[in-house]
Design a protein around this ligand. Structure first.
Ligand code: NAD
Ligand code: UGA
Length: 464
């Protein structure tokens, strides 16, 4: 490797966080060399693709940054060991999903990828290395990482080369779909640590483009916990407003009018009050469940139950939307064809992890429905994987043309708020559907009156 850079960063994990975050750092800090490494060869090949539309993460603005920096000071590779050994700073940005078996299954985070990263760092790092927790982690994970790193120092105490480590927590707050803007203009950057040198080293990177007043420093545990709490508060707002959407439907109040009325109170605020089919994405559910697990671990059962309810309401919202689709279609879906517009967990991303579309589709399939899908950014392979079906199945079809997807359908369900749906030719769609033709708008994104004038029967979330 060339030595023209002031410092070298290695990021372990080239996923939704590692890729965009490191691209933005590289673009703002040309004096730093940034290597993003991953064990997944296919993912790295996609990051290195000449066709920028094939980057493994779709984020508005990302393509331009990768074009500008790749192979200049931003590199994607599978050379995990080599890059670790040359790095001054190592960001760990690997996946931390919920454990599926063993102690804490269904709640605790599975830290096996964190542990294996720490073991690799322990083995291959040289001199002094600052290890940065970028992944979202349970409080006290830094303790585990420290133990693994420090154990490597005992292996060869006579070695001439002195290895030392310090550890920093720097959780990521970006949201998918707006990742580049969130990284360029964050509300804050949180850095938790134990020694000034490491905290300043990481702060100085962000100060290259972020107002120093937005950089908050805390101890390690406050930083780790603040990330979980931040996601829990955001998800709690969604479950709160979704619970009220059901009450609106029952009473004749209108959820968007309620949102307008309460959101203007500056203490409540307007953001994160959009009702919908429930929160999806890889993190809200897993981070709350992790919080619940931690509370139970420390004997705080009432606190655990309080937060678990946020996840329960989220399931319930998906179940109740599915149930009312069935009820409105005369109580049965056998021999009916439904079209799902939107499979991504939110607009402007190709990510489908924990998308509400998955549970809702599964409920509808269980009722005997045939499902046609259209999503502008999600392909057939991904939809089949998430629903655990294959081509032979025949009950699930994925279309690239939204107008073909509705031919002969009894209903259209809007499950992701893609802007393009608003501009579809709904008259043309009505003509090719079976009558009565229903629209179930769980994202409150279409003009109900216009659709009714065309002839559709319309259900909109949170309205009678
Ligand atoms: P991801 O699954 O997209 O990417 C993780 C990558 O790490 C994978 O490509 C995997 O192959 C790689 N990996 C795992 N172990 C490895 C190892 N030992 N060596 C090299 N590579 C390894 O995950 P993500 O969405 O980027 O999330 C990463 C972390 O960031 C999680 O803890 C998540 O909670 C947190 N986070 C995610 C988001 C988001 O929007 N996705 C936002 C904030 C925080
Ligand atoms: C969320 C947080 O917003 C980020 O700050 C955090 O870094 C990230 O999780 C993480 O830790 O992974 P993300 O999941 O990408 O980001 O997307 P959000 O915009 O938060 O949306 C999450 C889900 O909530 C989506 O399904 C979205 O449709 C839903 N949502 C969001 C609503 O139903 N209503 C709203 O008002 C906002």
């Amino acid at each position: 490797m060339l030595n023209k850079f002031e410092k070298k960063i290695c990021c372990i994990g080239a996923g939704y966080v590692g890729g965009p975050t490191m691209s933005v750092i590289a673009s703002n800090c040309p004096e730093l060399r940034v290597d993003v490494v991953d064990i997944n060869k296919e993912r790295i090949d996609a990051w290195n693709s000449d066709d920028y539309s094939k980057l493994p993460v779709f984020e508005p603005g990302l393509e331009n940054i990768v074009k500008k920096c790749r192979d200049i000071n931003l590199f994607f590779s599978n050379k995990v060991e080599e890059c670790i050994s040359q790095a001054d700073i190592i960001f760990i940005s690997v996946n931390t999903p919920t454990k599926t078996n063993g102690l804490g299954a269904g709640f605790a985070s599975d830290l096996k990828w964190i542990e294996s990263s720490a073991r690799q760092i322990a083995k291959y790092a040289r001199n002094h290395t600052v290890v940065v927790e970028k992944s979202t982690l349970p409080v006290k994970t830094a303790e585990t990482i420290k133990t693994i790193l420090n154990s490597s120092l005992d292996i060869n105490p006579s070695s001439e080369e002195k290895k030392t480590f310090s550890i920093v927590s720097n959780p990521e707050f970006l949201a998918e779909g707006t990742a580049i803007n969130d990284l360029q203009n964050p509300d804050r950057v949180l850095i938790g640590g134990e020694d000034d040198y490491s905290i300043n080293l990481i702060s100085d990177i962000y100060k290259k483009w972020i107002d120093p007043e937005k950089i908050i420093t805390t101890n390690l545990w406050s930083s780790e916990l603040s990330k979980l709490v931040s996601n829990a508060f955001l998800a709690q707002r969604i479950s709160s407003i979704n619970s009220i959407s059901a009450l609106c439907e029952a009473t004749g109040a209108n959820i968007m009018e309620v949102v307008g009325a309460i959101g203007t109170d500056t203490r409540i605020g307007k953001k994160f009050l959009m009702p919908g089919p429930g929160f999806g994405g890889s993190c809200f559910k897993k981070d709350i469940l992790n919080l619940v697990y931690l509370c139970r671990y420390y004997g705080l059962n009432e606190v655990a139950d309080y937060w678990e309810q946020v996840v329960k309401i989220n399931y319930w919202q998906q179940k109740r939307i599915s149930a009312l689709v069935i009820k409105n279609l005369f109580g049965t879906l056998s021999n009916k064809k439904l079209t799902i517009y939107g499979f991504a967990f939110k607009a402007n991303t190709n990510d489908t992890r924990e998308s509400p579309s998955i549970n809702i589709s599964k409920y509808l399939l269980q009722e005997g429905s045939k499902l046609n899908f259209y999503d502008p950014k999600v392909n057939q392979k991904q939809i089949f994987n998430e629903l655990d079906v294959n081509e032979e199945d025949g009950n699930v079809l994925v279309y690239e043309d939204p107008y073909k997807a509705v031919e002969g359908a009894d209903a259209v369900l809007i499950l992701t708020e893609w802007n393009e749906f608003k501009f579809f030719n709904w008259e043309a769609i009505y003509k090719v559907m079976r009558k009565p033709s229903w629209i179930f708008d769980s994202r409150i994104s279409l003009d109900q009156n216009h659709l009714k004038k065309i002839g559709f029967k319309v259900w909109t979330l949170g309205a009678k």
